[in-house]
Design a protein around this ligand. Structure first.
Ligand SMILES: [Zn+2]
Length: 246
C-alpha cells in the first residue's frame, strides 16, 4: 500500500514537472515569436510585392561595426536601420549614423531581458535611450526592438505607450559559422518586404561583418532596394491607401 501510494506520488510529481516544463517552454517560445506579441504588435515583415527590404543592425553601436557597415551601405546606396543600446550610444557614434542618412531605433538602455518587470522599468529603459539618441542628433526614435527579441505582456504595452512600433525580423538570425554559409542562409530567407537582422558590432561578430558584402551584392543583383524600416512600413501604407498593386 505504502509502495503504491509512493509510486502514485512519484507519478503525479513527474506529471506536474512535465506540465511546468511545457508551460515554461510555451512561455519561452511565445516570448521569442517573431511575428506575434500577446499585448501589442510585433512586425516581422511588410506585405509588399515591391522589391524592397530593410537591413537592420543590432547592438552597440561601436566604431568597429560602423567602420564596416557605413561604407558598404554607401557603396550600394542603401539605407539601414540601427537599433542602438542607450548605454553604448555615444553622441559621436550616433552622429556618424545620422550623417549618412540612416534610421536609428531604440534597443533599450541596458539590453537586459525585458520580461516580468515593472511598467516603470520598461518606460525608463525606453525613455533614457531616446534621450541619449536624440542627444547625438537622431530624431525621436519611432521604432523599438526588444533585446534578444523577447517580449511578453508589459513590454509591448510600454512600446505602444512610447508611440513606437515593435520591430522584429523574418531573416538573418541566428548567425552561421562562416561568412559564406551565413550569407546563403540570410539570402535564402529574403523576399520582398523582408526585415533582415544582422549583428555586426562586436569583436565576436567577425562572421557577420565578413558576410555583409556578400549579402549586399546579392540583394543588389536580385534588384532589391535597401530602405529603412520606416520607409518599408510607409511603402505598405501607400499601397493600402491607393489600393494599387505596384
Ligand atoms: Zn540586441
Amino acid at each position: 500500500m505504502a509502495v503504491r501510494s509512493a509510486r502514485r506520488r512519484l507519478g503525479l510529481g513527474a506529471l506536474l514537472a512535465l506540465a511546468l516544463f511545457l508551460a515554461a517552454f510555451g512561455v519561452h517560445r511565445l516570448s521569442k515569436a517573431r511575428c506575434f506579441a500577446l499585448t501589442g504588435e510585433a512586425i516581422c515583415r511588410v506585405e509588399t510585392r515591391a522589391p524592397l527590404v530593410a537591413l537592420t543592425f543590432d547592438d552597440g553601436p561601436t566604431a568597429l561595426g560602423l567602420d564596416t557597415v557605413l561604407p558598404l551601405l554607401h557603396r550600394y546606396q542603401a539605407r539601414g536601420t540601427f537599433f542602438m543600446i542607450g548605454k553604448l550610444a555615444t553622441p559621436q557614434l550616433v552622429a556618424r549614423v545620422v550623417a549618412d542618412g540612416h534610421e536609428i531605433g531604440n534597443h533599450s538602455f541596458h539590453h537586459k531581458q525585458m520580461m516580468f518587470r515593472s511598467a516603470a522599468y520598461y518606460d525608463a529603459e525606453i525613455a533614457d535611450t531616446d534621450r541619449v539618441l536624440q542627444g547625438g542628433g537622431a530624431p525621436l526614435p519611432v521604432l523599438f526592438r526588444p533585446p534578444f527579441g523577447k517580449k511578453l505582456f508589459g513590454l509591448p504595452l510600454a512600446v505602444a505607450r512610447s508611440h513606437k512600433r515593435m520591430i522584429m525580423w523574418d531573416a538573418g538570425d541566428p548567425p552561421d559559422r562562416d561568412p559564406q554559409a551565413y550569407a546563403r542562409k540570410v539570402l535564402a530567407e529574403v523576399r520582398p518586404g523582408s526585415i533582415i537582422l544582422i549583428h555586426p558590432m562586436y569583436a565576436g561578430n567577425a562572421t557577420e561583418r565578413a558576410a555583409l558584402p556578400l549579402i549586399l551584392a546579392e540583394l543588389a543583383r536580385r534588384g532589391y532596394r535597401m530602405v529603412t524600416v520606416s520607409q518599408l512600413l510607409a511603402s505598405h501604407t501607400e499601397k493600402d491607401e491607393t489600393g494599387g498593386d505596384s
